[in-house]
Design a protein around this ligand. Structure first.
Ligand code: C2E
Ligand code: MG
Ligand code: MG
Length: 640
């Protein structure tokens, strides 16, 4: 409600009779004194106008007059434009030769929906009840019979001005309410459909948008591309940089992705969405051909992998991408989404975290997978999951110092499957705990047997899956299996790959502390492949670093590679950790890691992973041939 609207009771009187205009001005004037003023009138005015009434209770009107219909319409138009609308227009019905009152009323109503129009007439034609229908709304049009009494006129004006103000207040209240409802709806809509961090559409909104695009673009013959991307190790970055920087980074990724498509030049725009913690999606309609499709996906990857400047630091990200498109891969958003997700997961499992385009073979492999899943469940039950043992030798003494247990699936037909063929599957199926328990049991049974049969106490390392870190009962599970087999805790080590460890330190940290407190050793596997920050090492209860095979493989290629391994060994030593070199395939590699000061060595050159029987046979043979368990040539002359 603007001040102008509330300030006064503006009344327009329209009559071609000059005398009648004077009568209006008199009876609506400030100093109007009715010959027999009734208390009713002044009371009514007081009730209706409150502060707008003067001390005698008389209402104050601002009265304007016109003597033609056309002039009346123009006056109303001007009043509305100036934001000072009239509360009442008194309109004479007949003003020849110009526009009559009914026509003027019609035009006035079109200009101002709220003004009270009073048709002033000597006869009752047209029918009063029809007038409301002709010039609605019916509650804002009135008949007033001529000749009128001055008091009657003033009473009517007072009542209608009061009504006009009450209507205005009601409209204002409604507007406020409507605005509030709109704002709340908007806020709810935002919550339901948008990601609060980046302001980007969420998964729900993206799927809606996808359906809309499909609906509108049907028959265009063009593809709609959906690309999903996952930022590698975002949670680790988030934790090491601080959550504020993590949020900044997410926003920056969103902004950059959105900008990438500024030049896509399609009518239906590109939708960039954040649909998971570190997962983004780009929905690109109207893609011309497969070459453009590929170009777009590659552009997304390059965009995200260009450095981000966050808090003065350059951050280099790696992204895994999965792409699928409509209509090739599905008839609706949901199906295409599922295909893109399958492609994304395939990328996330690949070591290079590259791009995967969904293809129908993935469906076939999904079917194959289903069969494998059923078989794997049975395999665990039927004890087909066994452990092979690979020796680890002490470089100082040349003796066997331990073994790594590596899971194998020995199928009834005698074929042996390697971990890569069933460990990721077990993780996807959510049964990696069961699988881990099966391997740990096999290992504990062997360790127990070796102890019982030949008082042989050799530590064995067992690999942990990333999912195991989320199992709150991990320590009690290990405790249960060890106790059932009466195995000393000191004889079991657990290996965790560095990348997995760093994926989510908040989760890994307490688990590692629990394991260490319980008394088993914690080894970091494939060390050197993770993030370059090493500060986490100091605060974790880790006993051993296993240098990743890739460093050993490249060791003899250049001096630089040698220096990298030397540096890793030095780092381990500085932190008083045991260092194992794995993947030793040649004598030259063995000599070098020995020279650099590694503690233990493991690799095909020394011994392959073997079934228990072969492993024991290997140990015996080595013990016999090298005299007192020493198997390394260079330790022959050393003191033992
Ligand atoms: P890892 O823990 O790094 O194990 C070492 C892998 O390198 C083993 O492959 C081993 O056979 C192989 N290897 C050993 N010496 C050499 C060598 O001189 N040269 C080369 N090229 N390779 C060598 P494997 O058995 O196929 O296991 C692969 C990975 O699967 C393991 O890597 C480990 O991460 C995982 N894994 C194995 N067993 C289990 C298990 O019981 N549970 C879980 N969660 N993961 C397991
Ligand atoms: Mg390992
Ligand atoms: Mg390894």
């Amino acid at each position: 409600m603007t001040p102008d609207e509330t300030s006064s009771n503006r009344v327009l009187v329209v009559d071609d009779d000059v005398q009648l205009i004077s009568e209006y001005l008199r009876c609506l004037g400030e100093d109007f004194e009715p010959a027999n003023a009734t208390t009713t009138l002044s009371d009514l005015e007081k009730v209706l106008f409150g502060d707008d009434a003067d001390e005698r209770g008389a209402a104050r009107f601002e009265v304007h007059s016109r003597n033609r219909g056309e002039a009346a319409v123009a006056a109303v138009e001007e009043a509305v434009r100036a934001g000072k609308p009239y509360s009442i227009v008194f309109l004479d019905i007949r003003m020849p030769p110009g526009m009559d009152g009914i026509e003027a009323a019609r035009r006035i109503r079109a200009l101002d929906a709220n003004v009270n129009i009073v048709i002033v007439t000597g006869s009752l034609s047209p029918e009063p009840e029809n007038l409301g229908k002709e010039i609605p709304p019916a509650d804002r049009i009135f008949f007033f019979k001529k000749p009128f009494h001055a008091v009657e006129c003033r009473q009517l004006a007072a009542a209608l001005c009061g009504k006009w103000h009450a209507d205005l207040a009601l409209r204002h209240a409604n507007d406020v309410l409507e605005q509030r409802v709109w704002e709340r709806t908007e806020a709810l809509h935002k919550l339901a459909y948008f990601d609060p961090v980046t302001g980007l559409p969420n998964r729900l909104r993206l799927t809606d948008e996808f359906d809309r695009v499909i609906h509108e673009g049907n028959g265009s013959g063009r593809e709609t591309l959906l690309v999903l991307l996952d930022i590698e190790r975002f949670s680790f970055l988030n934790e090491t940089m601080g959550y504020d920087s993590g949020t900044e980074l997410l926003k920056a990724i969103g902004r950059r992705l959105s900008r990438t498509f500024d030049d896509h030049g399609s009518d239906t725009g590109v939708t960039v969405s954040r649909f998971g913690a570190d997962e983004f999606a780009c929905l690109i309609p109207q893609v011309k051909d497969h070459a453009s499709l590929q170009e777009l996906v590659e552009r997304i990857k390059t965009t995200v992998e260009e450095p981000f400047l966050i808090n003065g630091r350059d951050l280099f990200l790696k992204a895994a991408l999965g792409a699928a498109w409509y209509p090739t891969h599905g008839e609706n958003a949901k199906t295409v989404f599922r295909c893109a997700e399958a492609a994304l997961h395939r990328s996330m499992r690949r070591p290079d975290n590259g791009i995967t385009y969904y293809h129908n073979e993935m469906l076939i492999s999904a079917r194959h997978r289903f069969e494998l899943e059923t078989e794997l469940r049975q395999a665990i039950e039927h004890k087909e999951i066994i452990a092979h043992f690979q020796p680890q030798l002490c470089l100082k003494t040349g003796r066997l110092a331990g073994a790594e247990a590596l899971a194998r699936w020995r199928r009834p037909d005698g074929t042996i499957l390697l971990p890569a063929e069933f460990i990721p599957l077990s993780e996807d199926m959510g049964i990696s705990d069961v699988l881990f328990e099966a391997v740990l049991r096999r290992v504990c049974e062997s360790v127990r047997r070796w102890h019982d049969e030949c008082q042989w106490n050799i530590p064995v390392s067992v690999n942990l899956s990333p999912h195991q870190l989320r199992n709150h009962d991990l320590v009690s599970l290990i405790q249960k299996v060890l106790e059932e087999n009466e195995v000393d805790r000191k004889l079991i080590n657990l290996e965790l790959t560095e990348t997995v460890l760093l994926e989510d330190l908040t989760i890994a940290r307490p688990v590692l502390h629990d394991l260490s407190r319980f008394g088993v050793g914690v080894h970091i596997d494939d060390f050197g492949t993770g993030y370059s920050s090493l500060s986490y090492l100091a605060e974790l209860p880790v006993h051993t670093l296993k240098i990743d095979q890739s460093f050993i493989e490249r060791l003899t290629e250049s001096k630089t590679n040698e220096r990298v391994v030397q540096a890793i060994v030095a780092l381990g030593k500085a932190m008083q950790l045991q260092v194992i070199a794995e993947g030793i395939e040649t004598e030259q590699q063995l000599l070098l890691v020995n020279e650099f000061g590694c503690d233990l060595a493991q690799g095909f050159f020394l011994g392959k992973p073997m079934a228990e029987k072969d492993f024991l046979g290997w140990c015996d043979a080595v013990a016999e041939s090298t005299n007192k368990h020493a198997v390394l040539p260079f330790v022959a002359g050393r003191e033992r």
